[in-house]
Each structure stands twice: as structure tokens, then as C-alpha cells.
Design a protein around this ligand. Structure first.
Ligand SMILES: C[S@@+](CC[C@H](N)C(=O)[O-])C[C@H]1O[C@@H](n2cnc3c(N)ncnc32)[C@H](O)[C@@H]1O
Length: 269
């Protein structure tokens, strides 16, 4: 209960989406025991032997969930985040590595083609507006060397039908929470409801209930995501399922069912 009250107080104080990531409760939530999502483990296994010669940038590093898995293997590792509070925690937890406060839209502190591998995990890119997202893709392209890798995750617009199904669990409270969540989702998204229902858009920014309905998220169809990457100068685009970390194809079931997907691609200059 104390945690819930803290959250509500915290949320009522912050004014912008940027403010959310500075909240102590949010920083604490992301200071979880390090773990990797399945596609991140897939990529780590793939790069395990190459990382020793790679300069890696971890964008939106948060409280460093991915640091202990990647940093010790990389030739050079830098973590950046637009949240000062997140970077403070990273510096405390991992004093051996470099962490900087930087916004992915404008990473002036890095020269062109500075990195061999750029990671933007756990849908951090989805906090941006459409214009900001295109800027981020442009910036990532600029700082990634020719043939360097970009790996990131983003919400899947094809799977939004699942958000409106109650996720009933053994916990009897879920029988109260879930109908309430669905009603709230309908109410807070009244402006985009028609688009959400018809699923005709290529991308949509809406409130999916994350962080107690305090954050709007960008959802994109895989087709549109591939187009955005191609326009930004990336090739060899591969998609990975978040359910089991496998590479998937355009007609795989996961393209319709995974709430978010990981993308791997190469920058070309
Ligand atoms: C969902 S959290 C993920 C944190 C971490 N990567 C993890 O997996 O635990 C998203 C992070 O992205 C950061 N972020 C959001 N927009 C950003 C931007 N434009 N530039 C840099 N960081 C950003 C937030 O501050 C937050 O720490």
C-alpha cells in the first residue's frame, strides 16, 4: 500500500514525460536484478566473440539492466540516458564504465561513426513522438559506423487487440483490476479509439496503461518500422520475437501477437 501511495504522490508531482524517469519510485523499479529479454540473449550469444573488438553504446540505459551482461565483453562501453537520476544510479552501480546524460535525439557528444553496436532496449524509443523518433533513428545512424549494428525494441501495433482482453490470473484481484484496466484504457484513449479499433494506422501513440496510465507509447506496425529504418539508412533488417528470442518472418504468428518486437539492422554510409 505504501508503495502505491508513493507512486500516486510521485505521479501527481511530475509534469512531463521526461519527469517520469526522474522519479525515485521509477528509478527503483528499473534498478531490478539484471536480466536479459530473450532476443537480447540471442544477440549476446551471436556477438559474444565479436564484442571484444566492438565499441558499444547503450541508449536509454535506465538503471543499467543490460550493463553487466554486455559491458565486460565489449572493447568499450558507454551508457546514455536522458534521465539524470538513472545515470546517477548507473555511475554508482558500475563505476568502471562511462555513463552520460544525453538525449537520443541529439547525441552531440559523439562523433560520426563512433560505435560498432548500438542498443536501445525495452522500448525506450517508444517514449518519443513520431518526429522525435525519426530524429533518433537519424542520430543512431550518424553515430554508428558503416556496417555497424543497431538493435532495439518497439511496441507492435498489430498486437493491440490483446490489450483489450482481460489477463485473468490466479490472483482473485485480477478479476477486479482487469475489467477496470480495460474500461480506463477505453476512456483515456477516446481520442484515438477509432484508429485503435480499426487498426488502419501505420503507427499510433496512445496510453496502454504503462506506469499507471502515466505514459503514452508509440506503437508501430512491423512493415512501417522496416520502412522507417530503410529511410534512415539501415539495411539487413531482421525481426526477433520477444516471446522466445527467435528471428521471425513477415508471416509469423508473432507479428500479430507479440506485444513488442526487437529489430536488428546494419547502418550503411
Ligand atoms: C523503459 S526504460 C528502459 C530502461 C533500460 N533500458 C532497461 O531496459 O531497464 C526507458 C529508458 O529510456 C530513457 N529514455 C527515454 N527517452 C529517451 C531519449 N530520448 N534519450 C535517452 N534516453 C531516453 C528513459 O529515461 C528510461 O530510462
Amino acid at each position: 500500500l505504501k508503495k502505491r501511495i508513493n507512486w500516486v504522490i510521485g505521479f501527481s508531482l511530475f509534469k512531463s514525460k521526461e519527469g517520469l524517469w526522474e522519479l525515485p519510485e521509477i528509478v527503483k523499479t528499473y534498478s531490478m536484478k539484471p536480466f536479459l529479454f530473450e532476443p537480447e540473449s540471442t544477440i549476446l550469444s551471436m556477438l559474444r566473440n565479436d564484442l571484444q573488438s566492438m565499441r558499444m553504446l547503450d541508449i536509454g540505459v535506465g538503471a543499467g539492466r543490460t550493463t553487466s551482461s554486455f559491458a565486460p565483453l565489449a572493447l568499450e562501453y558507454v551508457g546514455v540516458d536522458s534521465s539524470k537520476a538513472m545515470i546517477r544510479i548507473c555511475r554508482q552501480k558500475y563505476p568502471r564504465y562511462r555513463f552520460e546524460v544525453a538525449d537520443a535525439k541529439c547525441m552531440e557528444l559523439f562523433k560520426d561513426e563512433s560505435f560498432d553496436f548500438v542498443l536501445f532496449s525495452f522500448n525506450g524509443i517508444d517514449c518519443a513522438t513520431h518526429e522525435e523518433r525519426l530524429k533518433i533513428l537519424g542520430e543512431v545512424h550518424r553515430i554508428t559506423r558503416n556496417k555497424g549494428l543497431f538493435f532495439f525494441s518497439t511496441h507492435n501495433l498489430n498486437s493491440t487487440w490483446k490489450l483489450y482482453l482481460p489477463k485473468l490470473q490466479r490472483d482473485p484481484l485480477s478479476f477486479v483490476h482487469e475489467p477496470l484496466r480495460i474500461v480506463l484504457m477505453r476512456l483515456v484513449n477516446s481520442g484515438v479509439w477509432q484508429e485503435l479499433r480499426t487498426r488502419k494506422s501505420k503507427y499510433l501513440i496512445f496510453n496502454d496503461g504503462a506506469h499507471m496510465f502515466n505514459l503514452k507509447m508509440y506503437y508501430v506496425t512491423p512493415h512501417e518500422q522496416v520502412r522507417q529504418l530503410t529511410d534512415a539508412g539501415f539495411i539487413n533488417i531482421k525481426i526477433y520475437s520477444n516471446s522466445d528470442g527467435r528471428e521471425i518472418r513477415r508471416h509469423s504468428r508473432e507479428i500479430e501477437t507479440d506485444n513488442w518486437l526487437y529489430y536488428l539492422c546494419n547502418a550503411v554510409h
